[in-house]
Design a protein around this ligand. Structure first.
Ligand code: ATP
Ligand code: MG
Length: 422
């Protein structure tokens, strides 16, 4: 016998029970971006491989080992997008959205990285992200952080996440610092793991980001980037912190926070949680003032973040914070041919008059008991019971499924009024 085909490892189906949880989160996100007046951008899932190489950086985890890259039938190298920033910048340049303009954009959708699948880490995962162009002050950095803080509030999880903040300074300041870091790390080279030894040559800042406790111990005493900032970046960072203080947003300055992508400068931040084990970063972002120019556009300041939806949903599940959305309010049952025809008309009238009501009609016949079993399983709070005699009199019986109340009979008009108040 042939084996049944399974989904690709690390790529998940979202089954009905989970999809209502996802909708809960997605609805909160739409409400959030709406209330800040941001606009949605949707870009293709596949892009030229070069786009990601040139933006994320050749010597990063993503480009070195995580991308889904393939040649299409023309021999062009394409890549399933591993993140959303590069595509947003590409689209912004291509369509002239960026030059001398201010844009506050958001996106949501699947991303692809060939990583080892584990809790909170998948090969197809979903991000909600925001990207802002044309604004270079700490005011917009603060707004972005404020927006993320409001999302935690909307989802009821504010007390389970904390904000970590750092500044990477200007490219020049970072280059100067890099020399100091390299000489310090070289003194301790024998205590670094293989990965960090390699990084020391190719991308030394990334050593700061190592999750290996032995490496972290070395990193603790390393010279700090935050002590080597250029004057402008220092002022920018101070003003950001001042704003956050004024807004009552708590944060911890984490001097080892560097982020895994090459394009960041100045402000970087992460929202982290204790509730997810090793995959503790829920949301990450920062400023990337050089990227637009690097990808061929005119110099445009930019700042953004991306948030992993799987980690958010997992967290809400674990903390029992997710609201179960029940899509069915009314179950329409019918026994008899005349009743069936009438019941469909009743259901359609309800859908006309009360579009936000979920009306599920019984299909497939069966006796009263069987139909009520289905009604119960649907999660509806009310069943309409329609037999041929009800159909002849053009009335319906309303049966309460979750309350101990008498069944009532009423006209369709009365039913609409009754359900609109229910
Ligand atoms: P990590 O250090 O956990 O690998 P990252 O630095 O690679 O994260 P980013 O590229 O900044 O992550 O992506 C932003 C967010 O997207 C992460 O904070 C996380 O919530 C989510 N994310 C990233 N990779 C994955 C993945 N493979 N599966 C699920 N969520 C992910
Ligand atoms: Mg990663």
């Amino acid at each position: 016998m042939s084996k049944n085909i399974q989904a690709i490892r690390g790529m998940n189906d979202c089954l009905p029970e989970q999809s209502s949880q996802w909708q809960f989160v997605e609805n909160a996100i739409r409400q959030l971006v709406g209330s800040y007046g941001y606009q949605e951008i949707r870009t293709p899932i596949v892009e030229s491989t070069d786009l990601f190489k040139r933006s994320i950086g050749e010597v990063t985890d993503i480009v070195e080992k995580e991308m889904y890259t393939f040649d299409d039938r023309n021999g062009d190298s394409l890549t399933l997008r591993p993140e959303g920033t590069a595509s947003t910048v590409r689209a912004g340049i291509q369509h002239g959205l960026l030059y001398n303009q201010q844009q506050r954009l958001w996106y949501m959708g699947p991303m692809f990285r060939h990583e080892r699948p584990q809790k909170g880490r998948y090969r197809q995962f979903h991000q909600f992200g925001v990207e802002i162009y044309g604004l270079n002050g700490p005011d917009i950095d603060a707004e972005l952080i404020l927006l993320t803080a409001r999302l935690w509030k909307l989802l009821g999880m504010s007390e389970h996440v904390t904000l970590e903040l750092n500044s990477l300074g200007s490219n020049e300041a970072r280059a100067n610092y890099k020399d100091k870091l390299v000489s310090y790390l070289s003194e301790h080279k024998d205590k670094l793991d293989e990965d960090s030894q390699r990084r020391l040559e190719s991308n030394p800042l990334r050593v700061l980001d190592s999750k290996n406790p032995d490496v972290q111990a070395i990193v603790t005493d390393a010279p700090k980037l935050i002590d080597h900032l250029d004057e402008d970046s220092k002022v920018h960072f101070e003003q950001l912190m001042e704003r956050l203080d004024n807004l009552g947003i708590k944060y911890r300055v984490n001097p080892s926070l560097v982020r895994g992508l090459d394009y960041y400068n100045r402000t970087v931040f992460e929202w982290v949680t204790e509730s997810l084990g090793a995959q503790g970063t829920v949301c990450a972002g920062g400023r990337y003032d050089g990227l637009v120019e690097q990808l061929g556009g005119k110099t445009t300041p930019a700042v953004g973040f991306a948030l992993g939806l799987e980690r958010l949903v997992l967290m809400l599940q674990e903390l029992n914070l997710i609201e179960q959305i029940n899509s069915v309010d009314v179950y329409v049952s019918a026994i008899g041919i005349t009743a069936e025809v009438f019941s469909i008309k009743v259901a359609e009238t309800l859908r006309d008059e009360l579009p936000s009501l979920g009306v599920l009609t019984h299909c497939g016949g069966g006796n009263f008991k069987k139909q009520m079993k289905r009604a119960d399983a649907s999660g509806a709070s009310i069943a309409l019971v329609i037999g041929d005699s009800e159909a002849e009199q053009q009335v319906v019986s309303v049966k309460y499924l979750r309350e101990n109340k008498e069944q009532q009979t009423m006209s369709v008009e009365q039913l609409v009024a009754f359900l609109s108040n229910h």
